[in-house]
Design a protein around this ligand. Structure first.
Ligand code: PEP
Ligand code: MN
Length: 266
């Protein structure tokens, strides 16, 4: 790879600020919430519990990239409004996905951070547009992206003038079919060693199985991740999307406690 803006030699490590939360600093940042925004009631209840646990940010998809066009596609603009009302009510920043260039302007009215999902990591026109805005970006790894393709995707955003990029390892597609994806923690160690962007891990999509989320959360932190994005729900089995990988709020609390313990020993 040629010299990149994301190389350690190109400057200091990048810290991304989302309201009062700094990603890439000393704190292990926790982002959690349901896969999809479902209703104001569910969202506000989840957000209140997360806030008490010290979770830094709330996640929830309003525009959902579903494999089947027959599946729930998200509440879209109504979902964005719910997110922003909950964010104000509970005083917690929110991250949500944008899939279409035409929605960027509206999404950034409501969201504190914009997520680029795995399926759009290769969407270069979208990445170029995100380079022009001054909003933090959570850039998920493409489902079959090599590390260098993923870094080039980040470079597309940064070269446009927006340095506020956080990488998110969410697993890649391999021959292994027991898990939904293969969570590549090698990438985390490489990024921490050679590149100056913060990196967080999504053990929910990385495994697809809720019982594996606690172990892979801790493994991610041990590998050097700056934080985690974990799907959680007040009633995981009733999640409208990704129920199988969604953990309960109690389980999330236990993960957070264990991360604090692990952090002290690192
Ligand atoms: C999500 O975060 O809900 C999501 C769709 O993730 P990914 O783009 O990693 O599949
Ligand atoms: Mn999901």
């Amino acid at each position: 790879m040629k010299d990149l803006l994301v190389d350690k030699s190109s400057g200091n490590d990048i810290k991304v600020k989302v309201r009062d939360t700094i990603i890439g600093g000393n704190e292990k940042v926790i982002i959690s919430g349901p896969c999809s925004v479902e209703s104001y009631e569910i969202m506000v209840n989840i957000a209140k519990s997360l806030k008490v646990m010290g979770v830094n940010m709330l996640r929830g998809g309003a525009f959902k990239p579903r494999t089947s066009p027959y599946d729930f596609q998200g509440l879209q603009y109504e979902g964005l409004k719910i997110l922003s009302e909950v964010s104000k009510k509970v005083d917690i920043p929110v991250v949500t996905e944008v899939m279409d260039i035409r929605d960027i302007e509206e999404v950034i009215k409501y969201a504190d951070m914009v997520q680029i999902g795995s399926r759009n990591m290769y969407n270069y026109p979208l990445l170029k547009e995100l380079g022009k805005i001054n909003v933090p970006i959570l850039l998920k790894r493409g489902i079959s992206a090599t590390l260098s393709e993923w870094l080039y995707a980040a470079e597309y955003i940064i070269i446009g003038g927006n340095e506020n990029v956080v990488l998110c390892e969410r697993g890649i597609r391999t021959f292994e079919s027991y898990t939904r994806n293969t969570l590549d923690l090698n990438s985390v160690a490489v990024i921490k060693e050679k590149y100056r962007l913060p990196v967080i891990v999504d053990p929910s999509h990385g495994t697809g199985l809720r019982e594996l989320v606690p172990a892979m959360s801790l493994a991610s932190i041990a590998a050097g991740a700056d934080g985690l994005i974990i799907e959680s729900h007040i009633n995981p089995d009733n999640s409208v999307s990704d129920a199988r990988q969604t953990i309960s709020l109690d389980s999330l609390k236990e993960i957070i406690n264990n991360i604090q313990k692990l952090k002290r020993s690192l």
